[in-house]
Design a protein around this ligand. Structure first.
Ligand SMILES: *Cc1c(COP(=O)(O)O)cnc(C)c1O
Length: 379
């Protein structure tokens, strides 16, 4: 049977050397070698993402990191502005409403962005204790202008700027201090190319101060205050660290260091734009408008005559698994993740599997047009 390439927006392909870390014999969490590895990982994470304050790396998923950001900065009755570019932006609405936080939403049409001026105007109307912005909303393939928003946020020093980087961090450029971000959060299974299971969250001094001002919070496992002593000294115990996943993330960081983080961002741009050109050459339209299109994934709208379930079933037979559309685009689109530790073989194979699938779906294409365009752009 053909190997199935995982071309969904997370989990992404896990490199052999990262898998090997998952297969290591698990040691005691107090093992001095493990403690040293964990500490080094945390130091690297801060330095490489231009962050001060704290970084938290704990067992959980991206959604838990979203909840952690909210639980540690807002209480019932506070105001939050949610800038939503799709399904994952909207996820913050329910997380906040369940906590009795007053929610206002700036909703972009799917495929578009909320203009920075609109965010500024809204923030000027009344005091918001925090805003949330999804860097890359996986449902639309839109990348928000998080650096520009961060500059604008300097006019609102009492508002915590929370960025959901789950489908972006380690693939799209993010610099916590330089971009004036107060909290950046992500999960291990997207552009880090690690197995699912770790939540990662950077919080600067301003965010940590806000947490302190809340006193005792109802949340326990995701409380910054519970984890700060452990992040500063991982030999201490609060809740058991995911030993093998910590090693796996450390190996991902080794891979990133070897490549160079800036080179990794450049590679993602090159791969992303090449994949997008290939899809367009095959006749797909992309949901995200060109000037704010993510490089970590592509959201391709089906041409007439394609049935979503059938297309993805045949594509899987041809050796590539992509994700379906979400919300209003369920059944109308597929999502092709091209982030993390992938290479040109991966891209060529997935695009060629898409071509074979189109032929089997009786769509009239010129065979090789997608792969040819891809190779041209990768050159
Ligand atoms: C995947 C994703 C999430 C959710 O992460 P989980 O690890 O599935 O909980 C949140 N936000 C964005 C932008 C995502 O792409």
């Amino acid at each position: 049977m053909a190997k199935k390439l995982v071309a969904i927006p997370g989990p992404t392909p896990v490199a052999r050397s990262i898998q090997d870390q998952m297969g290591r014999e698990t040691v005691a969490f107090g093992d001095p070698d493990f403690v040293k590895d964990y500490k080094e990982l945390l130091d690297d994470m801060k330095e490489m993402w231009d962050a001060t304050g704290e970084v938290f790396v704990i067992a959980g998923t991206g959604t838990m990191a979203m909840e952690m950001a909210i639980a540690n900065t807002l209480k019932g009755g506070d105001n939050v502005l949610i800038v939503s570019h799709g399904f994952f932006g909207n996820r913050f609405i329910e997380i906040c409403e369940r906590r009795g936080i007053n929610v206002e939403v700036l909703q972009a049409e799917w495929g578009e962005i909320v203009p920075v001026e609109d965010i500024e105007k809204k923030l000027s109307e009344k005091h918001f204790h925090a805003i949330t912005v999804t860097h890359v909303d996986t449902s639309t393939g839109v990348a928000a202008p998080i650096a520009e928003i961060g500059q604008m946020m300097k006019k609102f020093p009492d508002t915590i700027y929370i960025v959901d980087g789950v489908c972006a961090t380690a693939g799209e450029e993010e610099k916590v201090n330089a971009m004036n971000i107060d909290i950046l959060l992500t999960g291990s299974q997207k552009a880090f190319g690690v197995c699912p299971g770790l939540a990662i969250l950077w919080a600067n001094e301003k965010a940590l101060e806000r947490r302190k001002s809340l006193g005792t919070i109802a949340d326990y496992y995701i409380d910054f205050e519970k984890w700060i002593p452990i992040m500063n000294d991982p030999s201490k115990y609060f809740a058991t660290p995911a030993v093998n996943l910590i090693w796996a993330l450390k190996e991902s960081i080794n891979i990133i260091k070897e490549e160079g983080l800036e080179n990794r961002y450049k590679r993602h741009i090159k791969y992303g734009r090449a994949a997008q050109a290939a899809l367009e050459a095959l006749g797909f339209k992309l949901l995200a408008k060109k000037d704010h299109r993510a490089v970590t994934l592509s959201n391709a709208l089906y041409m007439d005559g394609i049935d979503d379930v059938e297309f993805r079933r045949i594509l899987a037979e041809e050796g590539a698994v992509v994700a379906g559309g979400l919300g209003p685009y369920a059944g109308k689109m597929f999502r092709f993740g091209h982030m993390g530790n992938i290479d040109e073989h991966f891209l060529v194979s997935v695009v060629s599997a898409i071509e074979r699938t189109l032929v089997r779906c009786n769509i009239d294409i010129e065979l090789g047009k997608g792969v040819g365009t891809l190779l041209e752009k990768l050159r």
